[in-house]
Design a protein around this ligand. Structure first.
Ligand code: CTP
Length: 132
């Protein structure tokens, strides 16, 4: 029987930056094991309207290499969150507070926690900074 407290979170994690690291570290300390859904290239394109800079295998490899991360899988669709929560048998869903309230519907399946974003950094801003 697995009585470890399992956490799940989701994201693109493209052009990996310290905001990504901080949310994963803060998610991990809420339990014993952290599972991360890395969005596929096609999901990212439909969600953000542009292809990611790094392909999904590379984004997943970077996330999987972190000390605070135990398991990584590809998030194929935004509509499958409930299935992923059940499949990975998690106790807590963690999201950045840019999603505040949007995932409360899953609170019958697991605890839902929103963590504040790290200020003043995002993949979009990093890309802009490099471009100009
Ligand atoms: N995140 C965070 N602090 C930041 C940026 C992101 O805590 N400064 C969190 C998000 O809330 C999310 C996770 O990191 O839970 C993955 O976010 P992602 O969308 O991949 O990164 P962004 O930098 O927000 O990407 P973009 O600019 O493309 O929207």
């Amino acid at each position: 029987m697995n009585n470890k407290r399992r956490i799940i979170t989701f994201g693109t994690f493209d052009v990996f930056h310290v905001g990504h690291l901080r949310i994963l570290e803060r998610a991990r300390v809420l339990g014993d094991q952290l599972v991360v859904g890395v969005s596929t290239d096609s999901l990212n394109e439909s969600k953000k309207g542009r292809p990611p800079v790094y392909p999904q295998e590379e984004r997943a490899a970077i996330v999987a290499a972190l000390r605070c991360v135990d398991e990584v899988f590809f998030e194929e669709s935004l509509e499958l969150k409930a299935e992923y929560i059940r499949l990975f048998d998690v106790d807590v869903l963690v999201m950045g507070d840019d999603w505040q309230g949007r995932f409360d519907k899953f609170s019958s399946l697991c605890e839902v926690v929103y963590l504040p974003r790290t200020p003043a950094i995002s993949t979009t801003e990093v890309i802009e900074k490099i471009r100009y």
